[in-house]
Design a protein around this ligand. Structure first.
Ligand code: NAP
Length: 574
């Protein structure tokens, strides 16, 4: 294969957007294959989401021993996590360590935004336009731009009137001390709000939490890592990682087969108590196999949890306002430290925007239908334009299909969450309709990069320049993701999982929830069968991914449906 580089538009093998977990591993793999690689990152340094989300309390809620790369045995042996759930700064140090250790930084151009990506069909190349106006060309384009990297547009009425301090959790640029002694408002009670609220409450003169939808906030039960635990994990790391790769959620599994009503009320309560103590993604929401499938079963867990709020929060009116009303696990559970306890502080109050909607702001206050709250600072924790926000920001375009945002105007359509029909040689690392949203995402990223780079390597070895998902293959995958999610209570609840947090965004469930291991087996089987659903230089192997999905499911002792139940159950957590 000969590259047609000119001095003005150098051609590399792989172009990649983003220098977070995805982009760094893509650079590593590209180099391993001997390909040239050019990465572009809008931030001044590596880290992706962990570069930007520096708000107080930001930390991972998947245990760090799992939420880390598994591709290099020495790397995982030499790095020691200090806490069960490492704080943002430590995760960022780890990512920097990886970048230095494998000398990956030199493959990236920082402070550089990709503004357009155009497919040149005659040359079989992608051409990127950078914010400097410069162009870069390459054979394959990898989006490592992340699922939760584009903050949602601010849709809080009247913010332009407010003259005090405004800061967003996803672009935090102040110190916690800047909020000391101030009257602070936090708007939003998802994972980001839940993590920063207890710390802001400790320094603020007064904190008012503006809550629209109460969430399930489980105790994170963070703790320092005991040296003997670290040693034990390190001695077994390869086996643990292998288990994670074929697990439901990308973390070691705790399989359950019995259902909520298989046991007595007392036994169920006892098990929920134990699960609540355990917490994490294998906690209450994963205690019985049917909790995400049967509303009545789910209600037993949700009621148990609502009881916990009333035990912790002294003011019972506030406790009632904090009660989540949607099925447990139907959207992302949160994990916090002293979250509900914070509402017992005399300097903290809660405004339920469901009962008292926010109407506007003045220079110094937030005005709701029934009240006015004077504040000096507002913290926005309102979330992200998930998955499509970062992808559409790249303006990925082909002459035949137009822009990606036009091709997906009725909703996301992907092949395995990694490719999309009409966009040749374009790959999304852990993209929408992959297991990213309901998994230990680092594990999903590694699997995604491995599968994509294997496909590229096979194509190149055969002298094939263009690979593209077929419409048939894509339809198969979209059907599988929908069939899978529609068996679950995820289908009943609005959240960023289905794009409903962003006005006007078409509703598509953004993930595959059949489990990391099941997905991996499907992807492996697809590769083994010569990539059905992918056209290689225009020649395609018929799709039939649905059959592969069924065969993979049948290859286990459980029936397909029970398997999905078991896999999904442990992805939910709480
Ligand atoms: P989020 O889960 O989307 O939560 C946003 C919050 O802001 C919700 O409570 C939402 O209410 C509220 N909100 C949005 N727009 C609003 C408006 N105009 N007026 C009033 N309230 C508004 O966003 P997030 O907390 O940033 O978390 C997003 C995801 O990032 C998480 O689910 C998780 O996957 C990831 N994350 C992970 C961690 C971690 O690992 N520890 C930490 C942070 C984030 P509604 O629910 O009513 O829309």
């Amino acid at each position: 294969m000969t590259d047609t580089a000119t001095p003005r538009t150098p051609v590399v093998d792989v172009l990649c957007v983003g220098a977070g977990f995805s982009g760094l591993y893509a650079a590593y793999k590209a180099r391993e294959h001997g390909w040239t690689f050019a990465g572009f990152e809008k931030a001044p340094d590596v880290g992706g989401t962990w570069f930007w989300n520096t708000y107080p309390g930001a930390r991972c809620d998947v245990e760090s021993i799992y939420y880390s790369y598994s591709f290099d045995e020495e790397l995982q042996k030499e790095w020691t996590w200090s806490e069960r759930f490492a704080p943002q700064a430590e995760i960022l140090s780890y990512i920097n360590h990886v970048a230095d250790r494998f000398d990956l930084r030199r493959h990236f151009q920082f402070d550089t935004k990709v503004t357009e990506a155009n497919w040149l069909p005659d040359e079989h190349l992608w051409e990127l336009t950078l914010d400097s106006g410069a162009k870069r060309r390459g054979r394959y384009l990898l989006a490592g731009s992340g699922g939760l990297s584009t903050p949602k547009d601010v849709d809080v009425p009247g913010l332009q009137n407010f003259s005090g301090l405004v800061v967003s959790t996803s672009r935090w640029n102040i110190s916690l001390d800047d909020l000391a002694g101030k009257r602070v408002a936090v708007i939003g009670t998802g994972s980001s709000g839940v993590q920063c609220i207890p710390l802001i409450a400790k320094v603020a003169e007064h904190l008012t939490v503006f809550q629209r939808t109460p969430n399930y906030v489980f105790p994170a039960r963070n703790a320092p890592m005991a040296p003997e635990v670290v040693d034990e994990i390190k001695s077994k790391y390869p086996d643990i990682r292998q288990e994670c790769r074929y697990s439901p959620g990308g973390i070691p599994d705790r399989p359950v087969t019995d259902k909520a009503f298989d046991v007595s009320d007392e036994e169920r309560q006892r098990r929920y108590e134990a699960a609540y103590e355990r917490s994490g993604f294998l906690g209450v929401g994963a205690e019985f196999a049917d909790l995400l499938f049967d509303l009545e079963a789910n209600k037993t867990a949700a009621d148990f949890f609502r009881g916990k709020i009333h035990e912790i929060v002294r003011d019972q009116k506030t406790a009632t306002l904090l009660e989540p009303q949607f099925p447990l696990g139907a959207k992302r559970s949160c994990f916090g430290t002293d979250y509900y306890e914070t509402f017992n502080r005399p300097n903290v109050s809660l405004v339920s925007l469901r009962d008292d909607p926010l109407t506007t702001m003045t220079a110094g206050s937030i005005v709701t239908e029934h009240s006015e709250h004077e504040v000096d600072a507002i913290v926005l924790a309102i979330g992200f334009d998930a998955f499509t926000g970062p992808l559409f920001g790249l303006n990925v375009t082909t002459p035949d299909s137009g822009r990606l945002q036009d091709a997906w105007s009725d909703g996301v359509r992907t092949y395995l969450g990694m490719m999309t029909a009409g966009f040749p040689n374009f790959f999304m690392i852990a993209g929408p309709q992959s297991p990213a949203l309901a998994s230990n995402v680092v594990m999903t990223i590694e699997q995604s990069v491995d599968w994509i780079t294997d496909l590229i390597a096979i194509a190149r070895a055969k002298g094939i320049e263009v690979v593209e998902a077929t419409v048939e293959g894509q339809n198969d995958w979209v059907n599988i993701t929908e069939l899978t999610v529609n068996q679950t209570l995820y289908a009943t609840t609005d959240s960023w999982y289905r794009g409903s947090n962003v006005a006007g965004k078409p509703s598509t469930f953004m993930g595959y929830v059949g489990g990391v291991g099941h997905y991996r087996r499907i992807c492996e089987e697809i590769a083994r069968r010569g990539y059905p659903g992918v056209a290689l230089d225009g020649r395609s192997v018929a799709a039939g991914i649905g059959r592969i999905d069924e065969e993979v499911a049948e290859a286990t002792p459980a029936t397909a449906s029970e398997e999905v139940h078991a896999e999904v159950a442990t992805v939910v957590g709480g």
